[in-house]
Design a protein around this ligand. Structure first.
Ligand code: NG6
Ligand code: CA
Length: 523
């Protein structure tokens, strides 16, 4: 043993001398050295899904759907069990992600029509602006849904303000959702592929004369609407809102996943010398679910399952591009979803009929639109090859915190008002997440502190019968111990008055007496 020991130490001493010598000769060029600015500025990618549920991913427990590429991120990174979107719908969640500000602080932060003005005040600091100020090139590819222009957009001219005015150097987006007009891609303020002789007109109130609609022309439909979604027809699919013209610019729904993937890959390649920030907002599995034919039938679960399989493939391709460009070790990746799952969100697409054993909400109660856990608790993964030790974390984290944590990473003193620096938690160096969090669902709010959740009384239906989701409304206070009861089955408000009082106080402290009073007093 002894000679061996000596040999090992001799080798170590020689190596150490070599390293010291190298550092002396080459100075501080080593990228790993603390204090070296380049070590603090990895590329950053946020992969953001649309309506992907807590239970829709293999890494979060489904054995029915296969998501090998998302699972690889989870098993190679930190998988958060208690990661939250700020809202149970899209616009407010995206607003909070980009501003680090609770969406309920902005009354307009609700699901927006395709003609809504830009929701983010251009004077406000944002995540992309903060990174831009630290030398990043910033890009968005995919779903925007945060409003465009000033409320009176000419879709045939320069559409502004938009992503470019809130911090993105490059933007290749859809304006709102796949089910809302205008059904065109917009790049840096201009509709892509527009023929000036066939101008686009969009209206959310009135149809354009002579244009068919889902309501009046069922014979033209390839996908039938269940509720809403009965206005203009594009590619056989009835949408929300009316649109005329722009024929050459209309997107192909079945090619959308490939289209955004190609744009995201091109962005990475173009900015490979970095640092870059890419917000890659995938449209899956939001309605209308339109998998490319090569994914049709991939899961036996109908289009909802198939577009999740498609999205997983897309993510695998995207990761491969990072690898081929030799960027994986220098790219910090967040993966999450804007809100929880929904099956029937307005089209007949077999999501309910072909669900089988799959539970998109996992062990949680509720879904999209709900104040119960499945509305906002979502898959949440942080991956950085070689820099983050794989682990599962039950720290409480929110999309809100990405802003402050990245500011800390890149050495910025900018911050979103409700964002917390959880950089060490995201890198797996600490298990201490947030202490408390307000969650939101269609303008109602609830409060989580520690393992407890308090939902104040709300009027209104307990179930949205169109989508068949429990909303969390009740005429009494609800208090749940998530440690013992993750499915929120046992309301402890009556038996734990002290806890309820403590929760109410914490809630009011964040929400303000006035904001809280809106819900706390039942008329
Ligand atoms: C709802 C739509 C739903 C979906 C949602 C937005 C109807 C009846 N329902 O109003 O289909 O588009 O808005 O989803 O129109 S989100 O993920 O962008 O928030
Ligand atoms: Ca969504």
């Amino acid at each position: 043993m002894k000679p061996n020991h000596r040999a090992v130490w001799r080798t170590a001493a020689v190596s150490l001398t070599a390293v010291l010598y190298f550092v002396l000769i080459h100075g501080c060029t080593n990228k790993e050295k603390p204090g070296d600015a380049s070590a603090q500025k990895p590329n950053i990618v946020v992969i953001y899904m649309d309506d992907l549920g807590y239970g829709d991913v293999g890494a979060y427990g489904t054995t029915v759907l296969e998501t090998p590429n998302i699972d690889a991120l989870a098993s190679g990174g930190i998988r958060f069990t208690d990661g939250y979107a700020t809202s149970a719908t899209c616009t407010p969640s995206r607003y909070a992600l980009l501003t680090g500000r609770y969406p309920w602080r902005n009354e307009q932060a609700r699901i927006l029509p395709g003609t809504a003005p830009l929701l983010i005040d251009t004077a406000r600091t944002t995540l992309p602006k903060m990174l831009k100020a630290r030398g990043y090139h910033t890009g968005i590819v995919g779903k925007w849904h945060l409003g465009l222009g000033d409320g009176n957009v000419d879709w045939n001219g320069h559409i502004s303000p938009g992503p470019n005015e809130v911090g993105f150097d490059h933007a290749h987006i859809m304006a709102a959702t796949q089910d809302r007009v205008p059904t065109v891609y917009i790049e840096n303020g201009y509709v892509v592929g527009l023929d000036p002789d066939d101008p686009i007109m969009v209206d959310y109130q009135n149809n354009f004369e002579g244009e068919p609609t889902g309501k009046d022309n069922p014979e033209l439909l390839t996908m039938k609407w269940h509720h809403g979604h009965n206005s203009s027809i594009v590619n056989g699919i009835p949408r929300i809102g009316f649109m005329k013209g722009g024929e050459s610019a209309k997107w192909s729904d079945i090619d959308m996943a490939d289209h955004f993937l190609a744009k995201a890959q091109a962005y990475v390649k173009e900015h490979r010398d970095g640092p870059f920030f890419l917000y890659y907002a995938l449209p899956q599995p939001h309605v209308p679910r339109t998998p490319h034919p090569r994914f049709e039938g991939a899961t036996g679960m109908g289009p909802r399952g198939d577009v999740i399989a498609e999205a997983d493939w897309v993510i695998g391709e995207f990761m491969q591009t990072l690898e081929e460009e030799e960027l994986l070790e220098n790219t910090l990746i967040f993966f999450s979803s804007d809100n929880g799952p929904v099956l029937n969100d307005g089209y007949y697409d077999d999501a309910v009929e072909k669900l089988g054993e799959h539970t998109p909400w996992g062990p949680l109660r509720g879904g999209k639109y709900s104040l119960f856990e499945a509305g906002t608790r979502v898959p949440f993964i942080v991956y950085w090859k070689g820099k983050i030790e794989p682990a599962v974390s039950d720290a409480l984290v929110s999309h809100l915190d990405i802003y402050a944590s990245l500011a800390a990473l890149v050495g910025s003193d900018q911050n979103g008002p409700d964002s917390q620096d959880l950089l060490d938690v995201f890198r797996g160096k600490s298990g201490q997440g947030r202490e408390e969090l307000v969650i939101e669902a269609t303008s109602r709010t609830a409060y989580r502190k520690g393992n407890w959740v308090m939902i104040p009384p709300y009027k209104g239906p307990t179930v949205n019968t169109q989508v068949n989701i429990e909303l969390g409304n009740s005429d009494v206070y609800q208090l749940y111990d998530l440690d013992a009861d993750i499915g929120q089955q046992v309301n402890l408000a009556d038996t734990h008055p002290e806890k309820l009082k403590e929760m109410l106080e914490g809630y009011k402290r964040i929400r303000g007496e006035q904001g809280a009073a809106k819900e706390l007093v039942l008329e």
